[in-house]
Design a protein around this ligand. Structure first.
Ligand SMILES: *Cc1c(COP(=O)(O)O)cnc(C)c1O
Length: 417
């Protein structure tokens, strides 16, 4: 709040497509999809229509002893779309809760199998899986974690396959395999204590859009199976088409034991998250004894409005062949972004699916704040992480809008380098 003494909050009154409008009628291109949640634009007419329809039928009912059509349909559609074997859905309302659920379910699975010593977790260096206490225990971002160190269980990290850390001359794939070898060493030594390995497949968002080769996913899947450790794929940010396939895991040709979805799942409309898992895990809890069951309740679990928003989102993916359309868009946008990629102060320009990122060489220590406020003056909502500028726009962004994004970003970079 102190920062807002010099940089007032922007009161948004209206949204349409990629644009947000403030109380004075100024507009801002939502280049970060309102923290990575929006897929098909603000006030999308098709999602609006679904929600209006649902509002006239049922706004909410508890999902204990009762069920409803939207949650059944959504679970069945997700099962068809997800990697094979992930046939069960458990709902919550946000990403961090999905992480909590997966961690609890993994450890409880081992306990139900008489292996309660398997209760530790590993994550990648610079991982981000949410900010509740359990999620923080597998998050490796000092800024979010240090103040709560005494409250948080310490888990270990293994090296991140982020290709920016590759040795000179080493390919992204070779580096990914070198990191997988380090994972193997860790698993060899610690598997008897380990419940699960949690990863953000292909792109570590909060690490500054760190990108890595899909060979790592393949190898991690094999190793986790070999050492009897669950693999949790946190696709909260990268799922729902963000990396160029509906789920990032598809690019490694793998099925995790848990798949976490949130953010884009409702098209950015309503809070909803889901933990998808396998029949083997489901069966470990299926018993007469209550204590063997998975006792984890959320008041709004499986909310019908949120499920309808998710169903409308999946309808748009199918009707508009969004994955193929995004691939064409990304190719074109990479051409349009050439002046940024070639800018002398821009480093490590990278792209995966509908995510672009690069570092800026700047003398300003407060680069992120300056870039944000200059962005507002140039009709852009840009929120760099440190010196990393990224674009993660709604998929409905047009060529004209992307061109404007590149031009205005270049102007801003000129002023800050
Ligand atoms: C955003 C995010 C989360 C947390 O989701 P919230 O809804 O903000 O709690 C977890 N994991 C990843 C990879 C994320 O990007």
């Amino acid at each position: 709040m102190k920062r807002h003494e010099t940089l007032p909050l922007v009161p948004i009154t209206r949204g349409a497509g990629v644009w947000l409008f403030d109380a004075d009628g100024r507009r801002y291109l939502d280049t970060v999809s309102s923290w990575w949640v929006n897929l098909f634009g603000h006030c999308n007419p098709r999602i609006n229509a679904s929600l209006t329809d649902q509002l006239g039928k049922l706004e909410h009912v508890m999902l204990a002893g009762f069920t409803h059509e939207p949650v059944v349909q959504l679970s069945e559609r997700l099962r068809e779309l997800a990697p094979v074997g992930l046939g069960h859905c458990f709902y919550a309302s946000d990403g961090a809760s999905a992480t909590e659920i997966a961690l609890k379910m993994s450890a409880h699975y081992w306990r139900n199998h008489g292996q309660s010593e398997k209760s530790q977790f590993i994550s990648l260096a610079n991982s981000y899986h949410g900010e509740t206490l359990g999620a923080l225990s597998v998050t490796d971002v000092a800024l979010f974690k240090d103040a709560y160190g005494v409250l948080v269980r310490q888990n270990s990290t293994v090296p991140s396959p982020d290709w920016r850390d590759a040795a000179s001359g080493e390919s992204a794939e070779d580096y990914a395999l070198r990191c997988a070898a380090a994972l193997e060493t860790h698993l060899q030594q610690h598997h008897s204590q380990l419940a699960a390995f949690i990863i953000e497949p292909l792109v570590q968002g909060a690490a500054g859009m760190a990108m890595y080769h899909s060979a790592y996913l393949r190898r991690a899947r094999e190793l986790c199976r070999q050492y009897g450790v669950h693999l949790i794929a946190d696709e909260i940010a990268v799922g729902m088409g963000r990396t160029g396939t509906l789920f990032a895991c598809e690019q490694g040709g793998i099925a995790p034991d848990f798949l976490l979805l949130s953010k884009g799942i409702t098209g950015g409309y309503l809070p909803l998250s889901v933990v998808m898992t396998t029949d083997a895990i489901y069966q470990a809890f299926y018993a007469n004894e209550v204590a063997r069951g998975f006792l984890h309740s959320h008041s709004y679990t499986g909310n019908p409005l949120a499920c309808r928003a998710a169903l409308a989102t999946l309808d748009i993916f199918a009707a508009d062949d969004v994955i193929a359309a995004n691939q064409r868009k990304a190719t074109r946008f990479n051409q349009l972004a050439a002046p940024l990629r070639e800018h002398p102060k821009v480093k490590d320009f990278r792209n995966t699916g509908m995510i672009w990122a690069f570092e800026v060489e700047t003398p300003h220590r407060d680069f992120a704040q300056r870039c944000f406020s200059l962005g507002l003056q140039h009709e852009l909502l840009l929120r760099p992480m440190g010196n990393t500028v990224y674009f993660m726009p709604p998929y409905v962004i047009s060529e004209e809008e992307f061109r404007m994004l590149v031009t205005h970003t270049l102007t801003i970079i000129e002023q800050l380098t």
